[in-house]
Structures are given as C-alpha cells and as structure tokens.
Design a protein around this ligand. Structure first.
Ligand code: ZN
Length: 261
C-alpha cells in the first residue's frame, strides 16, 4: 500500500540512526562511569556488624542469664545494655548505627552481614557465643561490635575501642590484626570529631581485654566499639538523633576504609 512506503523508510532510517549511535558509543572507547555510579573501594570485602544487645533482653531474664561459652570460660548469654537518662535504649542506638553503617558499606561495594537483624522488645539475643563466631564460617575480613557505655562518673564522655588480648588457642591468631583494626577505628572516630574516652581505657581510647566472649570466639579480626557515654548529656543528645548518629557512622566507615585500604 502506498502509505506503507514512508513508514518503512522511517523505520529503516531509525534503524540506521540507532546503529550509528551505537557505533559512536562503542568507538568512544574508554570506560566512562555511568551517572550515579560510585567507586567501590570495598568490592569483594565481607564485613560483619554486631549491634550489641537486643531491645527485648530485659524481658527475658532466664534466657539472657543462661551461661554460654565465652573463650575458655562461660558468661551470661547477654545483658540488657544501658540507656540515656531520657530513656533512649543502647540496643536501639547500636542497631540504628549498625544499620546506617551497613548501608554505607554496601554502597562502597562490601558484603555486610548483620548479626542482629531486628530491634524488637519481644525478642532477645543472640548470645555472645553466636556474636563471637559470626564472622568465622564466612571468613569475614573483619567484625565490629557496636555498643555505647553507661557511666555515672561526673563528666565521663568519649569513645573507646576494645580489642582482644593475645591468648594461645583463642585469640593469638587475630590479636595483631585486631589491634590494627582498633587503631584504624580509633583514627576514624577521631577524624569524625569524636573524643577519646576520658574515664576509662587510660585516656588513649584503646582497651585490650580477655573477658569478652564476643571477641574471644572470633577467628577474624574484631573490635568492640563503645561509641560514647549514654549518661553524658551532650553525648546522649548526639546519640538520640539520626543526624547525631551519622557522626558515629562516618567515623566507623572511615575506620573500616582505613583498615581495608
Ligand atoms: Zn553494650
């Protein structure tokens, strides 16, 4: 039909144009980042984030007081955690920071495993032995446990990072790397503007302990971060808002990037 001819011509022209444009984009050659894509400095890395406690732990005393393996001795499965004077729970802070950090790490290309996947008043745990071993079977690059402290010492404030001491048969294989991770996380938190603790850990923001199952049972480099003192009014204010928590998230992200660089 007569009217079909112009239509067919338009189709042919469109196909030629498409081929030409395709050819041009191939000829342009050099890889160009597509709009919206970011570099992925953590591609291929696996990171375990352990948000301390569980919101409902206080509702399950029998379960959380049950002794579990902690690295050559037993300790209670878990504890309730602390809170701000305004009632903002540590478990909720830990989970919020871990979740935001997970998103940032994922954006940077990492595979992130959350030990605790919920923050609910009707749940408890997991126990410290589960938290301690969480990175082992997947051979994670590192594991960070996120906590906040609750000190009533007047003026007590600031963060400290806890790494395992070297114990034969338990942590001798991860002590040195964990110490380096602690140094890098401390540097990251400081670069975000957070102060070293002035009431614990000797003032250098670093502590080395043998009594924490969450660290003792790890076969991958690990630290526990006490992000600040929830009983300090200034720090409680920072911890209780999303914008304040982003300071902790930024500091932890910088620490991880520094360690895995
Ligand atoms: Zn805690």
């Amino acid at each position: 039909m007569a009217v079909a001819e112009p239509a067919r011509v338009r189709v042919v022209i469109a196909a030629l144009l498409a081929a030409l444009l395709g050819a041009v984009s191939v000829v342009s050659g050099a890889p160009v980042a597509e709009a919206g894509t970011e570099p992925e400095p953590l591609a291929g890395r696996t990171i375990v984030l352990d948000a301390g406690h569980q919101l409902g732990n206080a509702n399950f005393p029998a379960q959380i007081n049950r002794p579990v393996p902690a690295g050559g001795f037993t300790k209670p499965c878990n504890t309730t955690g602390t809170a701000t004077n305004g009632g903002y729970p540590e478990a909720t802070f830990n989970f919020a920071v871990a979740s935001a950090l997970r998103d940032r790490l994922t954006d940077a290309g990492a595979t992130v495993v959350m030990v605790r996947k919920t923050n609910r008043a009707d749940l408890w745990g997991p126990c410290i032995d589960v938290r301690g071993r969480a990175g082992n079977a997947i051979d994670a690059d590192l594991k960070i446990s996120i906590h906040a402290d609750g000190s009533y010492v007047a003026g007590a404030r600031g963060f400290h990072v806890i790494a395992p001491v070297s114990r034969a048969g338990w942590t001798a294989d991860i002590a040195e790397d964990s110490r380096q991770l602690a140094l890098d996380v401390r540097a990251g938190l400081e670069s975000a503007g957070l102060p070293r603790a002035n009431y614990i850990a000797g003032g250098d923001g670093l502590d080395f302990r043998s009594d924490l199952g969450t660290l003792n049972l790890s076969d991958v480099p690990t630290v526990m971060v006490e992000a600040g003192n929830m009983r300090n009014a200034d720090e409680a204010g920072r911890m209780s808002t999303a914008s304040g928590r982003s300071v902790y998230v930024n500091g932890l992200l910088r620490g991880v990037l520094r360690y895995l660089d």
